[in-house]
Design a protein around this ligand. Structure first.
Ligand code: SAH
Ligand code: SF4
Length: 327
């Protein structure tokens, strides 16, 4: 907090120093007078999360276990590629949504993250890897631990900070938020003036199967979810993404694929298939590559459909594997 009586532009100087110039100590804010620097440093703290552990995959993916001011830990993943870098960030410590195929679900919810803690993950990974945050190479996916739309206010605040030209200056087109389908929050997200792109975890082709795999959807029905998607105000450059985790013999048949096509008809969207990333405590198996390819071939006749390549499987960094494993 700035002391009372300071001119308003001081707040802007502090903001710029933290999010644009990325100072790590308040005494380093060179635009402030000495007196104010010392006063601020005595009464407030800035700083990035601390590194608790770091794991590197054979495919180059890096998983960071970061510890927050209260000692809780959260995971952030960097997936470097030749033409871009993707940082996968968490929105909560654990997750209250009890999806039966996801290891994060086994933790339950410890707490939601603040906007600063969400932004801090991006700045931490950027610093560690000398990534230029402002560069066009950097993409951010809010697909780590937690259900972002159950922490929407902080997710939106973090997005505003990340996108602010006076701050990190990242384009909203390079940020994606993924939700299990918290219907009223989808509409609220749509109203935000600065917002990430939207991805929806569909994961089943019928109401019954979706309720079995994602018990929260007993409250948020598939029909209403599709309605919310149709009503969602896409920007002219935007398409919706649907994610679909394929579980062997459960939701991966050709009939499922045909039903997915029917469900998504008339939506401006694409589909990302994710073959299950297995893990301890998860009672499902991964379909073989042939099954995944057949599923894709059916969907692709009607919609763009991609297979998400697992990244960092060997270090528990892939989708659904974030559970603070020490592998
Ligand atoms: N909570 C949000 C975002 C994080 S999960 C959501 O559910 O959308 C990111 C993606 O990983 C989701 O699409 C989810 O369905 C998928 N996922 C979860 N567990 C998985 C697993 N074991 N294997 C593959 N994908 C998984
Ligand atoms: Fe939470 Fe997403 Fe995992 Fe479901 S898939 S438990 S919503 S993190």
């Amino acid at each position: 907090m700035l002391p009372a009586g300071e001119p308003a532009y001081r707040a802007e100087q502090v903001y710029r120093a933290i999010y644009h110039d990325k100072v790590e100590r308040l005494v380093e804010i060179s635009t402030l007078p000495e007196r104010l620097r010392t006063e601020l440093a005595g009464s407030a703290e800035v700083g990035l999360p601390d590194l608790s552990a770091r794991y590197e995959s054979v495919d180059g993916t890096r998983r960071y276990l970061l510890s927050l001011a209260d000692g809780r830990t959260v995971e952030t993943v960097l997936m470097p590629e030749p033409d871009r870098d993707t940082v996968c960030i968490s929105s909560q410590v654990g997750c209250p949504v009890d999806c039966k195929f996801c290891m994060t679900a086994l933790m339950g919810l410890e707490r939601s993250l603040t906007a600063g803690e969400i932004v801090g993950q991006v700045l931490f990974v950027a610093r560690e890897n000398s990534l230029l945050v402002e560069s066009r190479r950097l993409n951010i996916v809010m697909m780590g631990m937690g259900e972002p739309l159950l922490n929407l206010a902080n997710v939106l605040k973090a997005t505003r900070i990340l996108c602010d030209p006076k701050g990190a200056g990242i384009s909203e087109r390079r940020i994606t938020v993924s939700t299990s389908g918290i219907i009223p929050k989808i509409a609220e997200l749509g109203k935000a003036d600065v917002r990430p792109k939207l991805a929806i975890s569909l994961n089943a082709s019928t109401e019954e199967m979706r309720q079995q795999l994602m018990p929260i959807t007993r409250k948020w029905h598939l029909k209403d979810l599709m309605e919310a998607c149709r009503a969602y105000p896409l920007r002219q450059w935007e398409t919706l993404t649907f994610e679909y985790v394929l579980l062997r013999g459960v939701n991966d048949t050709d009939s499922d694929a045909r039903r997915v096509v029917k469900l998504l008809a008339n939506l401006n969207c694409k589909v990302n298939l994710i073959a299950l990333n297995p893990g301890p405590g998860i009672p499902y198996e991964t379909p073989d590559a042939g099954r995944v390819a057949s599923f894709q071939a059916i969907v692709r006749r009607s919609l763009p459909c991609f297979i998400r390549k697992p990244r960092g499987l060997d270090i528990y960094a892939a989708c659904g594997q974030l559970k603070r494993n020490s592998a």
